[in-house]
Design a protein around this ligand. Structure first.
Ligand SMILES: [Zn+2]
Length: 483
């Protein structure tokens, strides 16, 4: 596939260090609150990327951290401990908070059909490893101790990488605007590897270390967890674009200093979900969660569909109206899939291969998911039998994960049950050949006629005709037969 690499600012042919094997790392959630749907946009797009690579035949090892310690309120090294803030708010211990919101995160992921990574590592489970790497960075002269903390010395690097075309000084000042500079730092971009002293003294979780009792800086966990579970050469690192600087920048600095060679070849950054008033965040405006979408009656997969309709490198504007449009389109798509006949002959292998080739090319062009969705409609329109359509849709859904066939089966069952109820209530009797899907269509046609929606009634009659079914209206019901 071709993928835009934010490290080189170019779309490149995807390559791996070991043939057919992808070492993939994803920055996981900080578990002090629910994830908002803007965070989940990143995880949805990363999920599609992982599934597409598997679909192409790669063996993928995907690793994710869970930040359950010492992540600060801002990306700079000062501020409040987010975990402690969550614990105080809910009157629970920090580890209870972490467990609760880790579970909540994976519940949300399950509802959105996001696969759990192969390795999920909470930061608190690997403190000894962080201490080992920080010690090595000190030994190699890449770090220094000042004022009780261990800092990474960015002046030791040939280049401190910042991911974009801005002057790194400008960017650093911009990000740190309003943040009081830490006087212990030798260079503006230096960052903390291990804290024993910070602006907040009431950090809840602390460990012994050669530099005193304290806790790790945020950036070190991703470097260590990736190097431990992905090995020394990372093929693909994913995250939201807001993590690019300083978090990913600092991950590169530490990892390459520690390893002594280039670390990650390919960087994948998903852009923001915006509201009309700007970037969605936990700290301002409406806090949109998967549960809230469900409370309002949306299928979480309608949100996944909404995300797939746009490109990951563009900001996406969320509004209820936009979500309604996506939800409407998703439910129409499911209806069309539900209307496909079961057991309609053999799968046309040749046609299936052709459709698949197009899908591979389209989605393989920098993860163009909206073209992937278009491919679904192309399948529905293709001059092939329904068995082929169902087989190809199921195949594409290994990547898009919209539960197309399951949702279609649910819909057919629901409609059959409705037809049965209506029939049992005596309001409408259907005599046919005992096919619930056809009964459901016949009932829908009668309801459309009752509502004087003759266009819809005619459309359903034509659909039945196309399936070789003839309907005759009789008093109090309808009779159908295959002709
Ligand atoms: Zn990270």
């Amino acid at each position: 596939m071709y993928l835009y690499n934010s490290a080189t600012h170019k779309k490149e042919e995807f390559q791996t260090h070991t043939p057919n094997r992808v070492e993939m790392y994803t920055c996981g959630p900080t578990v002090y609150h629910f994830a908002h749907i803007g965070n989940l946009r990143s995880y949805i797009m990363e999920d599609v990327l992982e599934k597409f690579l598997r679909y192409e035949g790669y063996d993928v090892n995907r690793v994710m951290n869970i930040t359950d310690v010492g992540h600060l309120a801002s990306d700079a090294d000062t501020g409040e401990d987010k975990m402690l803030k969550g614990a105080k708010r809910e009157n629970k211990s920090v580890m209870d908070i972490a467990k609760f919101y880790t579970d909540a995160f994976f519940d949300d992921c399950a509802k959105l059909n996001i696969k759990t990574p192969d390795v999920v590592q909470p930061a608190t489970g690997l403190i000894d490893e962080f201490i080992r790497v920080v010690s090595a960075l000190l030994d190699k002269g890449y770090a220094y101790v000042a004022g009780g903390n261990v800092y990474f010395d960015t002046s030791t690097l040939g280049r401190y990488y910042v991911f974009n075309d801005h002057d790194e000084e400008d960017l650093a000042v911009g990000v740190r605007e309003g943040v009081e500079e830490d006087q212990n730092k030798r260079n503006k971009n230096d960052f903390v590897l291990w804290f024993t002293k910070s602006k907040f003294e009431d950090q809840a979780l602390k460990w012994n270390s050669p530099w005193g009792v304290g806790y790790p800086g945020w950036h070190i966990e991703c470097s260590c967890i990736s190097m431990k579970f992905n090995g020394e050469y990372l093929d693909l690192h994913c995250g939201g674009v807001d993590n690019a600087f300083p978090h990913h920048t600092n991950e590169i600095a530490q990892s390459e200093a520690y390893l002594g060679h280039p670390w990650c070849a390919q960087w994948f950054h998903v852009h923001h979900l915006n509201t009309n008033s700007g970037k969605m965040s936990k700290s301002k405006g409406e806090f949109l969660t998967v549960s809230l979408l469900e409370e309002k009656g949306y299928d979480p997969l309608a949100y996944r569909f909404f995300c797939l309709q746009s490109h990951y490198r563009k900001g996406l504007v969320f509004s209820w109206e936009n979500l309604d449009n996506a939800a409407g389109a998703y439910s129409k798509l499911i209806k069309r899939v539900a209307a496909l006949k079961d057991g309609d002959g053999e799968v046309d292998r040749e046609a299936a291969v052709q459709l698949k080739e197009k899908f591979l090319t389209q989605v393989g062009n920098d993860l163009n998911t909206s073209m992937g969705v278009t491919c679904l409609y192309d399948v529905l329109k293709a001059p092939v039998n329904d068995a082929t359509k169902r087989a190809v849709l199921a195949d594409f859904d290994r990547v898009l994960s919209l539960s197309l066939l399951d949702k279609a089966a649910e819909l057919r069952e629901k409609e059959a049950a409705q037809a049965k109820t209506a029939s049992a209530s005596g309001g409408f009797t259907i005599q046919g050949e005992g096919d619930p899907a056809i009964d459901a269509l016949v009932l829908r046609r009668s309801e459309a006629k009752k509502a004087k929606n003759f266009a819809e009634a005619d459309r359903i009659r034509d659909e039945l005709k196309a399936r070789g079914v003839e309907v005759t209206d009789v008093p109090g019901g309808a009779v159908w037969k295959r002709v």
